[in-house]
Design a protein around this ligand. Structure first.
Ligand code: PLP
Length: 417
């Protein structure tokens, strides 16, 4: 087997394949000089709305801004009940979320004055576990005047922020029953899942507001920062438009604090060119994942990801490298693949509850052992649509040729004493 170099991700082939069309799109922006707002933005918003079958797409500067805007849009006096003064200082409402994600899904909750309370994930999908969510609510919440309230602190529990991690939707049928019962909204962080489907609906349309990132490595990536919120609710759409524009209602009439978060026309032009290719890109990702799954699923120490709901779009292809007891063999495989010229990545090396400024009230944070195990054992193999068959075969062969050295934790501990 000849040594090859396989990057974890690359845009080089995509840019080469689409170069003439992309340059033509960029030239059009130059010709009109409509760099901010205007036709290119509106056209892309409409195009994406049609693709998602959603009424409103509100573009913005990043997935992080989209989360900020979504959370603020949902905070109106009528839906943030204050049954009793909160004892938690600045953070005056609870938003339930996953411990296993990119930081933005929780940091935006905190920057919005919310307290993220973490519910552990499902081991097969890495998404928030609906059974544990309901269990936490049963044990910790009560309904007062139709709104969920945290029994011990009297903090309102206002919403749920699931993440469609690695390109697979969270289980919205089960989550929807729970949010209905407890009167919570859902902000769906689908930054990694554009094109994924659940019961015939596209990711982004499964909650109250969906938030996307078009960061260059995403399944639909801009050539800079970009993002958007999507919703079917006209009132929220109006609010989101105001929030992205300094809280401006009209002219110089401002009705709340807002931000300046604009997608620029060059990014909209790139995204408009790439969107018709998205389903093809996602199909290629699925084909690569199928080959990885078939070749690796029987290996000891390797657990391949599972699609439990809907259509996965494999933003990342992540395996767990562990034995039955959960001991990690990741370091060994990571090193072996690096020696073979294969780049891997770790998403994510830290569980969000470990970040102290996100969860200052440790007493409210639940244990998340499945997330902790993923943090220690997960490894992302190369995944991008233009990977060639020979490269995928090479990655597979290198994983298969790994001779794991058994890790005996108890022996290691004795040796350390
Ligand atoms: C799950 C998730 N949420 C939010 C974001 C933030 O998006 P952006 O980088 O566009 O701000 C990302 C980006 O990596 C993400 O993966």
């Amino acid at each position: 087997m000849n040594k090859q170099s396989v990057p974890a991700f690359s845009l080089a082939r995509q840019v080469k394949n689409l170069r003439p069309q992309l340059l033509a799109r960029l030239e059009k922006v130059l010709d009109t000089q409509q760099f901010i707002g205007g036709g290119f933005i509106e056209a892309f918003e409409k195009q994406l709305a049609a693709y998602l079958n959603v009424k409103y797409v509100i573009s913005c500067n990043s997935g992080t801004d989209a989360l900020w805007m979504a959370l603020h849009a949902l905070q109106t006096p009528s839906n943030v009940p204050q049954p009793a003064p909160s004892r938690m200082g600045q953070q005056d409402k609870i938003i339930l979320t996953t411990p296993f994600s990119f930081i933005a899904s929780s940091s935006e909750i905190a920057s919005h004055g919310g307290l993220p309370v973490f519910i552990d994930i499902e081991p097969e999908t890495f998404n928030i576990n609906p059974v544990l969510l309901e269990q936490w609510l049963q044990q910790n919440a009560e309904m007062i005047d139709g709104n969920a309230v945290h029994r011990a602190t009297k903090m309102p529990i206002v919403g749920l922020l699931p993440v469609d991690l690695f390109g697979q939707c969270a289980d919205y049928d089960k989550l929807s029953v729970i949010v209905k019962k407890w009167n919570l909204w859902i902000v769906e962080d689908c930054a990694q899942a554009l094109g994924a489907e659940y019961n015939g609906k596209k990711a982004g349309t499964l909650g109250t507001i969906g938030t996307f990132s078009f960061y260059p490595t995403k399944n639909l990536g801009a050539f800079g920062d970009a993002g958007c919120c999507v919703t079917n609710d006209p009132v929220l759409a109006e609010r989101l438009l105001q929030l992205r524009n300094h809280g401006r209602k009209t002219g110089y009439d401002y009705i709340s604090l807002g931000i300046n978060s604009r997608m620029d026309a060059f990014q909209a032009a790139i995204l408009a060119e790439k969107l018709p290719h998205l389903d093809g890109f996602n199909e290629s990702r699925r084909a690569i994942a199928d080959r990885y799954n078939q070749a690796l699923s029987q290996l000891p120490f390797v657990k391949v990801p599972r699609t439990l709901v809907g259509t996965h779009v494999y933003h990342q292809y992540c395996i767990l490298v562990e034995d039955a007891a959960g001991n990690s063999y990741r370091g060994q495989l990571e090193q072996h693949l690096a020696n073979s010229g294969i780049q891997t990545r770790i998403f994510y090396p830290k569980s969000l509850p470990e970040i102290s400024f996100l969860s200052p009230h440790a007493e409210l944070t639940t244990a998340c052992p499945i997330s902790d195990r993923a943090v220690n054992n997960i490894l992302a193999l190369p995944m991008w649509p233009e990977l060639e068959d020979g490269e995928v075969d090479y990655v597979i062969e290198c994983v298969k040729s790994m001779n794991f050295v058994p890790v005996n934790k108890s022996a290691e501990r004795v040796a350390c004493l």
